[in-house]
Design a protein around this ligand. Structure first.
Ligand SMILES: Cc1cc2nc3c(=O)[nH]c(=O)nc-3n(C[C@H](O)[C@H](O)[C@H](O)COP(=O)(O)O)c2cc1C
Length: 323
């Protein structure tokens, strides 16, 4: 249990921000399994300030997701503060604003945003100070170990952010150069909590309960983020929380349960964004519910390539059996 943004967080699992995944209905679905904190996918400060309708759509929430944070990316405190003003004006029920200092994607780093902000700590300090002074919401940050192996400056970054008044830090235990592959390096975070007074969340390669046990025990972090490992496997959230409550190892979900989860998420997405868009996006999520089941290749390929309506999905899922 830890405290954050006036909430007592009674879950070890934080839903990671993921562009293209952590939209409103995906978060609502994952919250049913016991997520402690959720984030929006990353939202461009420019997109909000220049009234890009698609960007404003990323802010969708109800008044029931708590604590819920909107993650902004940008590199100029003025524009980021302008985006925060819009979040206030639109009366978005968010509990905190997270600043993305982690994204390694070229489109983001070439404008000086995301992980490229880890390069110049004087600039980062000035930018974050101006955001913290302006924001009516608590500010948090998501970082990486550093830019590359020669610049693993996470200790310094964490200290700087904490001293400025950042309220929680999530760290993806890879360098930006590693992108999303290569080994996560939790061992480097072994002693980091000792110098921290704010919650620490760790992220990277959490696909099984044992991955989460290793990450949490090695780092002593307050929580672990699930990202790719939770897509199609929401039971992972319950497995992690149950284990840290009483040591029980819950089984993986069986096929019938996975079918039901798959259809529940698809239905929630249809209600959230309309059937056509939902089923288009579902092509990259739905197949994952059947990973690891015998003879599931056909259903996975069909969901990814042939399904256009909820009813088509339901017939396909209902008829799938392990032979
Ligand atoms: C498709 C995808 C989109 C992501 N989008 C974001 C994002 O918008 N903001 C962010 O801070 N991290 C983002 N991430 C990084 C994740 O939050 C997480 O830190 C990373 O995937 C490592 O966790 P994993 O190895 O368990 O997936 C994204 C990752 C993926 C795979």
């Amino acid at each position: 249990m830890f405290e954050f943004a006036n909430y007592k967080i009674d879950s070890k699992v934080i839903l990671a921000p993921m562009a293209g995944f952590t939209f409103y209905s995906y978060r609502k679905f994952m919250q049913m399994f016991g997520v402690g904190i959720s984030y929006s996918e990353m939202v461009s400060d420019h997109g909000l300030v220049y009234d890009n309708k698609q960007t404003i759509a990323y802010l969708k929430t109800d008044n029931l997701e708590h604590p819920f944070g909107i993650q902004l990316f940008g590199h100029d405190s003025k524009t980021i503060n302008g985006a925060i003003d819009i979040i206030v004006k639109e009366k978005i029920a968010c509990d905190f604003i997270d600043i993305n200092l982690a994204c390694p994607v070229k489109k983001v780093t070439k404008q000086g945003s995301g992980s490229s902000l880890l390069k110049d700590l004087d600039y980062l300090k000035k930018m974050m100070k101006e955001i913290i002074q302006h924001s009516p919401f608590p500010i948090t940050a998501k970082i990486r170990l550093g830019i590359d192996d020669e610049h693993l400056n996470f200790k310094e970054v964490i200290q700087v952010l904490q001293d400025l008044g950042v309220k929680m830090i999530a760290i993806h235990a890879r360098s930006a150069k590693q992108l999303y592959s290569g080994k996560t390096r939790y061992e480097l975070l072994k002693d980091i909590k000792k110098d921290m007074t704010i919650p620490l969340i760790v992220s990277g390669d959490i696909f099984t309960l044992d991955d989460a046990i290793y990450a949490l025990k090695t780092t002593n972090a307050d929580g672990v983020m699930i990202a790719r490992g939770g897509v199609g496997n929401p039971t992972l959230i319950r497995q992690i929380n149950q284990y840290f409550k009483d040591g029980t190892r819950l089984k993986d979900a069986d096929l019938d349960t996975q079918k039901q989860y798959c259809l529940t998420l698809a239905k929630m997405m249809c209600e959230d964004m309309g059937e056509e868009k939902a089923m288009r996006i579902f092509k990259s999520i739905g197949p994952k519910f059947f990973n690891g089941f015998k003879n599931s290749k056909n259903i996975r390929v069909s969901i990814a390539s042939k399904i256009n309506t909820y009813n088509e999905l339901k017939s396909l899922v209902d008829s799938f059996q392990i032979t």
